[in-house]
Write a protein of this length. Structure first.
Length: 95
């Protein structure tokens, strides 16, 4: 991380992991992924042999895609940024 990235991460870090996972994981990655997957399933359900699921199945799938994928991806991003931040601050303190 360069100095600008380090300062930005310090501000994000101060806001907390939950806010970061919500914003970066669920909203920025999970929501678009969920919408793409729902569109894919809608197109798939139009195939001649397809069975069209009821609304509760769609709701469960969409929630799973948005929260499941987005949440896991957000946690991964948090830990990845923490690792980079720790490495960059260790490098600065050793010089």
């Amino acid at each position: 991380m360069n100095q600008n990235e380090t300062q930005t991460w310090e501000r994000v870090r101060a806001a907390g992991q939950g806010k970061f996972v919500w914003r970066e994981g669920i909203l920025r990655r999970g929501l678009p992924f969920g919408l793409i997957m729902v569109a894919f399933h809608l197109l798939e359900s139009k195939l001649p042999e397809a069975v069209t699921p009821d609304w509760s199945t769609w709701l469960i799938r969409t929630t799973y895609y948005v929260v499941g994928f987005g949440g896991l991806f957000g946690v991964h991003l948090w830990h990845e940024n923490e690792r980079k931040f720790t490495r960059s601050t260790d490098d600065v303190s050793q010089t």
